[in-house]
Design a protein around this ligand. Structure first.
Ligand SMILES: NC(=O)c1ccc[n+]([C@@H]2O[C@H](COP(=O)([O-])OP(=O)(O)OC[C@H]3O[C@@H](n4cnc5c(N)ncnc54)[C@H](OP(=O)(O)O)[C@@H]3O)[C@@H](O)[C@H]2O)c1
Length: 485
C-alpha cells in the first residue's frame, strides 16, 4: 500500500536540519518504498530552489546513495495554512500524486505553535470520515505554550484526530542513552536494588548548549529555557529516572508510571530556581553577542536562557533526595549528563580509629580518607558514555584510596546509529506510540512548570562560562556541586 508523508512547514528550520536528513537515511536504508513525500510551506519556490533548500543538511556517508536521488522524490506545494481553499488544492495535489486514495497519510506538523490549530482544523475539515481515519499526525514540541493552551490543543487533536492517531514528539526519547535509562535500571538487578533514597544522595540532569538562539529568536524570546527545555526534555528524562517499576515493558504501563512520577513532583518555589541570561563572551574561541543583542530579540528582554532548579519527587523511594535540573544556552560546552550520586560509605570504616564489628578495621587507624562520591553517570551527548565512579586503593605502601572511573563509550561501539528523527518516522509509520508522549504527560509537565508562581531574579552570565554563580550556590546549600563528565 502506498504511504504519504506530508510535511507541514517543509521549508522551515526543523525540516531542513532534522527531517530531510532523517528521511534521507530512511531512503538510503530502502525503508521508503511506496512512500510519497510532499512538503508544504508558504514560500513559492521553483523546483531547484526547493531542492537546494531541502538538501543543505543531508550528508551522505561513504557508500550511501547521492542525496539528489532522494530529493527528486520530495514534492513541494506552496500554501497558506489559514486558507481552507489551500487545503482543497493540497488535497487535489495528493490525488494527482497518489490516485488510489487508500493510502495512509502521516502528517508532520513542523509549524510554529500558532499555526497548529489552523492546520489541524482546516486539514480535518477537508477530509471525509474515512480519509480522517487514515491520517496520523506527528506533533512537534512544544505542545501548547502553557497548561491551558496545551489542554486546548490536546482537546482539538482528540476531537479531530483521536488520541490513537496523534504522535507527540520529544526527540530526546529517541536518543539512545535516554532510551537506555529504562534498560539500565530494569535489565540489571544491580541498579534497581540501589535505585532509592537508601543508596542515592542526589540526582542531577544537566544539558548545556554552546549554541545561542540561532534563527529561533522570535519563538525563544516568548518562551525561555524553562518552558522550552525543562517542560519537555528534562522532565521526560526525570520521569524515566524517578518512575516506579512498570508492570511490564509496554507502552501503557511505562507511560502510567512516568505520569505518576510527574504527579508527585514538589511544587516549584522561587528560592529553588535560578534563572540567567547570557551576556557577550567567547564560545569556542569566537566572540558572540549578548542574548539581548541577538537578531530578533527584544533588547529589553527578560527571557531566561539558563535555568537551574531543585525539586523533589514526593514518593517513599525518593524522600529527601534532591533532583537538580539545569539547562542553558551559550555555555562553555555542549554536554548532556545524568548523574546519580550515591551516599558515602559507612563513615567509621574510613576514619582514624574506626571500628568494624567491634574490631579496628585494618584500613583505619592511620588517616582519614578523602573519598570520592560513587556515581553512575549517563552521558547523553556529545558522546554516549555509561560511567561508573568508585573508590579503590592504590598499590602504594601507605594505604591510599582514590576515585576511579570505568567508562563504556556506547557511541564508539555503535558509530552508525539511526538518527532520533529517523526513529520517530519509522515508529509513526509502523503505528508504534511507545516513543511518543501521551496527553497526560504533557499536561502534567505544564502544570508543574506553572507551580512557579513568580519568576526569580534574572542573573547575567558571560557567554562561554558555566552559567551564573547562583546556580552553584543552589547546590552548595545542600552540600552538593554540579558534576562533570
Ligand atoms: N528548529 C528546531 O530545531 C526545532 C526543534 C524542536 C522543535 N521545534 C518546533 O518545530 C516547529 C517548527 O519549527 P521551525 O524552527 O522549523 O520553524 P520555522 O523555521 O519558523 O518554520 C516554520 C515553517 O512553517 C511554515 N509556515 C508558517 N506559517 C505558515 C502559514 N501560515 N502557511 C504556510 N506555511 C507556514 C513556514 O513556511 P515559510 O518558510 O515558507 O514561511 C516554514 O516552513 C515549532 O513548533 C518549533 O518549536 C523546532
Amino acid at each position: 500500500m502506498t504511504r504519504v508523508i506530508l510535511i507541514f512547514g517543509g521549508t522551515g528550520d526543523l525540516s531542513r536540519r532534522k527531517l530531510y536528513p532523517a528521511l534521507y537515511q530512511l531512503h538510503a536504508r530502502d525503508k521508503l518504498k511506496d512512500t510519497v513525500i510532499l512538503a508544504c510551506g508558504r514560500r513559492k519556490l521553483a523546483r531547484e530552489e526547493f531542492e537546494s533548500l531541502a538538501g543543505e543538511f543531508i550528508k551522505p556517508r561513504a557508500n550511501q546513495p547521492p542525496a539528489a536521488a532522494f530529493l527528486k522524490r520530495v514534492h513541494y506545494h506552496s500554501m497558506d495554512f489559514n486558507h481552507q481553499d489551500d487545503f482543497r488544492s493540497l488535497y487535489g495535489r495528493l490525488v494527482e500524486l497518489v490516485p488510489s486514495q487508500r493510502e495512509m497519510v502521516l502528517g508532520y506538523l513542523a509549524v510554529p505553535p500558532a499555526e497548529l490549530e489552523p492546520v489541524v482544523r482546516n486539514a480535518m475539515r477537508t477530509l471525509n470520515r474515512s480519509q480522517r481515519a487514515r491520517l496520523r499526525l506527528l506533533v512537534e514540541k512544544p505542545i501548547g505554550t502553557d497548561y491551558a493552551s496545551a489542554r486546548r490543543l490536546n482537546s482539538l487533536l482528540d476531537r479531530f484526530v483521536g488520541e490513537h492517531n496523534v504522535y507527540r514528539i520529544d526527540h530526546f526519547l529517541a536518543k539512545e542513552a535516554v532510551e537506555n535509562l529504562l534498560v539500565l535500571r530494569f535489565a540489571n538487578r544491580l541498579f534497581e536494588r540501589i535505585w532509592s533514597r537508601e543508596s542515592i544522595s542526589c540526582v542531577q540532569i544537566s544539558f548545556s548548549e554552546q549554541i545561542g538562539v540561532e534563527n529561533r529568536a522570535g519563538f525563544y524570546d516568548r518562551t525561555g529555557a524553562l518552558a522550552d527545555f525543562v517542560q519537555s526534555h528534562l522532565l521526560q528524562v526525570l520521569s524515566l529516572i524517578a518512575m516506579e517499576p512498570p508492570s511490564c515493558m509496554e507502552e501503557d504501563p511505562i507511560k502510567n508510571a512516568k505520569a505518576r512520577a510527574l504527579k508527585r513532583l514538589a511544587p516549584l518555589r522561587a528560592q529553588d530556581v535560578v534563572m540567567g541570561q547570557y551576556g557577550m563572551g567567547k564560545v569556542d574561541g569566537k566572540d558572540v553577542p549578548a542574548y539581548a543583542h541577538e537578531p530578533g530579540v527584544n533588547p529589553a528582554s527578560r527571557t531566561e536562557t539558563f535555568v537551574a532548579l531543585r525539586t523533589h519527587v514526593r514518593t517513599p523511594r525518593w524522600k529527601g533526595v534532591p533532583f537538580f535540573l539545569m539547562t542553558g544556552k551559550r555555555l562553555g560546552k555542549s554536554e548532556g549528563l545524568v548523574t546519580i550520586s550515591f551516599r558515602p560509605p559507612i563513615a567509621c570504616l574510613f576514619t582514624p580509629g574506626g571500628k568494624e564489628h567491634g574490631h579496628t578495621h585494618k584500613y583505619s587507624g592511620r588517616k582519614a580518607f578523602d573519598l570520592g562520591t560513587s556515581q553512575l553517570q549517563i552521558q547523553v551527548q556529545p558522546e554516549e558514555v555509561f560511567r561508573l565512579r568508585f573508590n579503590l586503593k592504590t598499590p602504594e605502601e601507605a594505604l591510599s584510596v582514590k576515585p576511579f572511573s570505568m567508562d563504556y563509550c556506547y557511541s564508539c561501539d555503535y558509530l552508525y546509529q539511526r538518527l532520533p528523527y529517523e526513529k520517530v518516522f519509522e515508529d509513526a509509520l509502523a503505528g508504534d506510540h511507545t516513543r511518543f508522549s501521551r496527553r497526560d504527560e504533557v499536561e502534567l509537565a505544564w502544570k508543574w512548570v506553572e507551580t512557579l508562581k513568580q519568576k526569580p531574579q534574572l542573573h547575567h552570565y558571560m557567554a562561554g562560562s558555566s552559567g551564573p554563580a547562583a546556580a552553584d550556590e543552589l547546590l552548595s546549600k545542600d552540600g552538593f556541586c554540579w558534576q562533570k563528565a
